[in-house]
Design a protein around this ligand. Structure first.
Ligand code: THU
Length: 131
């Protein structure tokens, strides 16, 4: 089963409804497509001790890894509180996390609601890996 960019963004928006973001009110959803073809959702989960919070991408990657996935083809990210066009781009730390699982393609939502499709290479050139 393959998914269109629109379908993946829609799935990311749906899962963002479950984000736990009482401190920022910035609800983010991510969907990882594992090389097994399955979808692994994640949301940001904040914490009163702010640095203990995790990003949606990190949650989705953890869900995939927990299922035994070691390669992720695509990650779609959406923020349902977006007020700026580029608000759902992955943070630097998450770009490194995506790199670990060899993510090829990152889909984010533009303010117009349409997908913007990037290679991870564009978002993280010369990314660090140990192999
Ligand atoms: N956040 C994500 O979930 N993904 C990103 O790539 C950027 C930021 C979350 C972290 C925090 O809960 C909220 O957005 C505001 O920074």
């Amino acid at each position: 089963m393959t998914y269109s960019a629109e379908e993946l963004l829609e799935a990311a928006r749906r899962v963002a409804e479950n984000a736990y973001a009482p401190y920022s009110d910035f609800r983010v959803g991510a969907v990882a497509v594992g090389d097994d073809g399955n979808l692994y959702p994640g949301v940001n989960v904040e914490n009163a001790a702010y640095p203990s919070g995790v990003c949606a991408e990190a949650s989705a990657i953890s869900a995939a890894a927990t299922a035994g996935v070691r390669r992720i083809d695509v990650v779609a990210v959406a923020c349902i509180d977006a007020t700026r066009e580029d608000q759902s781009y992955p943070c630097g730390q998450c770009r490194q996390r995506l790199n670990e699982f060899r993510v090829d393609t990152v889909i984010v939502a533009g303010l117009d609601g349409r997908p913007r499709i990037h290679s991870l290479e564009e978002l993280l050139p010369f990314g660090f890996r140990l192999d």
